[in-house]
Design a protein around this ligand. Structure first.
Ligand code: CP3
Length: 340
């Protein structure tokens, strides 16, 4: 199949593509005027629940910039629909009734993904149809702890006091919750692959909430199970575990096909941790896109050079793109990466 010979999937497999592939985390979103135009007519959740509109916004950055992969337009928190948890976006997520006690956890339901999340699978199909094999489509989910943290905190958090309190005071309850979420996520990602996703990314955006030791004890076993079960679906699995060198070493222990690297460490140093026999993804500081073009060129070139010493490298940001980014700077970045 022709898609298998695209630069992105070649890099995922550790083969040598004609150029370093790139896509950007949050590449479809508010920094694009054409996205804001659609969002002026529908809410974020309506957008996520309308497959044709998901396909349209998924393709916007592909049409504009020629990225080497598309990522499904959705959110890591849509999965709450299968658990009976209500979340609002304004635009940051807010859960009115956070899950804090044993009784709260016991009230959660875990429906089969197909019962409540069919609209996501329909969005995957709509994206695949619209892409017509131009580039591969990445499906995704939040990692079990990052997902749980939003329902436990009720929003984003700086210190994750409720999430960590549950882990430290009621480790069996916390472990049981992550176990059930993991089982649902496996089912959810299976549905995305069956609907046509060509690769999967797991977002552990808030890994650094836990110390390396606590992450190993309370979180890592669930990520390991998630990665190993979804690898059986036959598409590359990218684990983006944002944090520090210690967490990166744990990311390697999951055996994910591709390891995402945050922006806060040099890619060369990250490779010292994960090993040059690994495929990595990353890791330009998203705010570097606010620098003059020559500086963007300098930084991107240095990341590409470090990436050439790895088994494979997919260029990306080290976290999601800022909504204040000038699309012209993104265009410049794409030109630099594609001509390097
Ligand atoms: O282009 C893409 O990357 C695909 C779509 C996508 C969105 N969210 C759309 C979105 C993806 C892959 C995500 C993942 C996601 N969602 C993560 C992991 C990545 C990361 O950034 O760490 C997290 C933690 C979330 C939870 C979430 N959803 C937050 C914290 C927010 C608000 C933050 C913000 O940017 O203001 C959202 C809302 C959201 N998800 C928006 C988009 C485009 C903005 C909503 C809007 O249009 O108003």
């Amino acid at each position: 199949m022709a898609l298998q010979n695209t630069t992105f999937l070649q890099a995922c497999r550790g083969e040598t593509p004609a150029h370093t592939p790139l896509w950007l985390m949050r590449q479809a979103g508010r920094y694009l005027p054409e996205y804001r135009e659609i969002r002026s007519k529908v809410s974020f959740l309506e957008l996520c629940r309308t497959p044709e509109l998901c396909a349209e916004v998924t393709l916007q950055p592909i049409d504009r910039f020629g990225f080497d992969a598309a990522i499904l337009f959705s959110d890591i928190l849509t999965v709450f629909d299968a658990m009976g948890v209500t979340v609002e976006f304004s635009p940051a997520p807010k859960v009115a009734e956070p899950i804090r006690t044993v009784a709260d956890v016991e009230r959660l339901k875990f429906s089969p993904a197909g019962d409540e999340l069919g609209y996501v699978f329909d969005a995957v199909k709509a994206c695949k149809a619209a892409l017509a094999n131009r580039v591969p489509l990445i499906g995704f989910c939040g990692a079990p702890m990052t997902t749980a943290s939003y329902m436990i905190e009720g929003s984003g958090s700086k210190d994750f006091v409720h999430t960590k309190s549950m882990a430290f005071c009621e480790p069996a309850v916390f472990g049981g919750l992550l176990e059930n979420i993991t089982t649902l996520l496996v089912d959810y990602l299976r549905g995305q692959v069956e609907a046509g996703a060509n690769a999967l990314q797991i977002f552990e955006s808030w890994g650094a909430a836990f110390s390396v030791e606590d992450y190993r004890t309370h979180v890592l076993p669930h990520v390991q199970r998630l990665v190993s079960e979804v690898k059986a679906f036959g598409v590359p699995v990218i684990l983006f575990l944002r944090g520090n060198a210690g967490l990166l070493a744990l990311a390697k222990e999951t055996n994910a096909d591709v390891i995402g690297v945050g922006w806060d460490m040099a890619l060369a140093d990250a490779l010292d941790v994960v090993g040059r026999d690994k495929v990595v993804q990353g890791n330009l500081d998203p705010i570097a896109l606010f620098a003059p073009e020559e500086e963007i060129t300098r930084r991107a070139t240095s990341i590409i050079e470090a990436g050439r010493t790895a088994k494979g490298h997919i260029f990306n940001l080290g976290h999601g793109i800022s909504r204040l980014t000038d699309p012209a700077k993104v265009k410049h970045l794409v030109d630099v990466v594609h001509s390097a």
